[in-house]
Write a protein that binds this ligand. Structure first.
Ligand code: 173
Length: 318
C-alpha cells in the first residue's frame, strides 16, 4: 500500500516538473517573414512546436521589423532573442571570418563529419555567445544583377548594392559598392542610386525586384549560408530532450536544401519569363571571374582573421 502511494506521488511530481520545464524560446529572422530565406526557418519552427509539444516551444517574433538585419547577430549574442535565422554576412562586425562561410559549398552532412561544423560552432561559442544549430542553402549560389548592360565582366563606373558577401569582388572588378540591408534594395534601384545588386539566384520576386531588374550576370558564384543560431546560455539551460528536439529539427532543416535544385531551375525560368536577360560571357571569362571572386574573398577573410581564416580555407578545400 505504502509503496504504491509513494510511487503515485512520484508520478505526479514528475509530471508537474515536466510541465514546468516547457521552455519558450523567442525567435527572429534577419529576412522578411514569408520570403525565400525565412520560409524554411518558419517550417523548422512549426516542426519544433509540433515535435516538442510539452517540452519546448518557439515563439516567432518575426523578421527585420522586429530586429534590423545587421543587429540580429548582436541580439542573439546578448540574449535579446534566444534563436535567430541569420547569414554570417550580417554579423561580420562581431566575427570577421563569418564572411568566409560563403566559400564552403559542401553539403552539411559532410561538414558535420569532417570537423567544419565543430570548428564553426566553436567560433560561434566564443565570438557570438551562441550555438551553431544549423546552416542552410549550401547549394544556392549568388549572382550580380544589373540594370546597365556590360560587354565584359568589369564593373567600372557602376554603383552596386552589396553586403560583405559581394563587397570584395565588386571592388576588385572596378565597381563602387554601396552597402544596404535587403529592405532598401528596391528603392535604391528605383531611384538609380544603385545600378545593380548582389543577391542569390532565388528570391528576387519576393520583394518585387523583378520590376526594377534588367540583367542577371553569369556565372553563379559562392554559396548562400543562412544559419540558425541559439544563444549559448539559452542552449545550456535546455535539458537533453529539449536539445534533441532542436537538433533533430536542425538536421531535417539542412536536408531541405535538396529541394533547392528544382527551385533554382524554376527561378531562372521565371526570371527569363519576366524579361530578365542573362549576361553570359562564356566559359573562359566565367572561370576567370570565379577564380578572382574566390581569391579576393579568401584574401579579405584571411587578412581580417589571420588565425581562423586559413583554417576555414583548409576545411573548405578551395
Ligand atoms: O545580399 C544579401 O543581403 C546577403 O548577403 C544575403 C545572404 C544570404 C542570403 C540572402 C542574402
Amino acid at each position: 500500500m505504502r509503496s504504491t502511494f509513494i510511487a503515485g506521488v512520484a508520478v505526479v511530481l514528475a509530471a508537474s516538473t515536466a510541465a514546468a520545464q516547457e521552455v519558450t524560446l523567442r525567435a527572429v529572422s534577419s529576412f522578411a517573414e514569408g520570403t525565400e530565406f525565412s520560409k524554411n526557418f518558419e517550417r523548422f519552427i512549426e516542426k519544433v512546436n509540433a515535435d516538442g509539444k510539452g517540452l519546448i516551444k518557439i515563439n516567432y517574433i518575426g523578421g527585420p521589423r522586429a530586429v534590423p538585419p545587421f543587429e540580429v547577430g548582436n541580439a542573439v549574442r546578448t540574449r535579446v532573442v534566444d534563436i535567430a535565422n541569420v547569414t554570417g554576412a550580417f554579423y561580420t562586425n562581431l566575427m570577421p571570418e563569418a564572411d568566409g562561410f560563403k566559400l564552403n559549398g559542401k553539403p552539411m552532412s559532410e561538414q558535420r563529419q569532417n570537423g567544419t561544423w565543430e570548428y564553426i560552432n566553436q567560433l560561434h561559442n566564443q565570438k557570438l555567445n551562441s550555438y551553431y544549430l544549423a546552416r542552410q542553402f549550401h547549394n544556392v549560389p549568388f549572382h550580380i544583377y544589373l540594370n546597365k548592360k556590360i560587354d565584359k565582366i568589369d564593373f567600372s563606373g557602376l554603383k552596386i548594392r552589396v553586403t560583405p558577401v559581394y563587397r570584395d569582388v565588386v571592388e576588385a572588378l572596378g565597381g563602387t559598392p554601396i552597402t544596404t540591408a535587403p529592405g532598401e534594395v528596391y528603392t535604391a534601384l528605383e531611384r538609380g542610386v544603385a545600378d545593380g545588386y548582389g543577391w542569390p539566384v532565388t528570391g528576387i520576386f519576393d520583394l518585387g525586384w523583378d520590376k526594377v531588374t534588367k540583367f542577371r550576370m553569369e556565372p553563379p558564384f559562392y554559396s548562400v549560408e543562412v544559419n540558425v543560431l541559439v544563444n549559448l546560455d539559452s542552449w545550456k539551460a535546455l535539458n537533453d530532450a529539449q536539445r534533441k528536439v532542436l537538433t533533430d529539427a536542425a538536421l531535417w532543416l539542412e536536408g531541405l536544401d535538396s529541394e533547392k535544385v528544382a527551385v533554382i531551375k524554376a527561378e531562372r525560368e521565371r526570371q527569363a519569363a519576366a524579361g530578365i536577360q542573362a549576361l553570359d560571357f562564356g566559359p573562359a571569362a566565367s572561370k576567370a571571374f570565379l577564380d578572382r571572386a574566390n581569391d579576393v574573398a579568401w584574401q579579405s577573410v584571411i587578412k581580417r582573421a589571420p588565425e581562423s581564416g586559413p583554417k576555414l580555407r583548409q576545411l573548405a578545400g578551395n
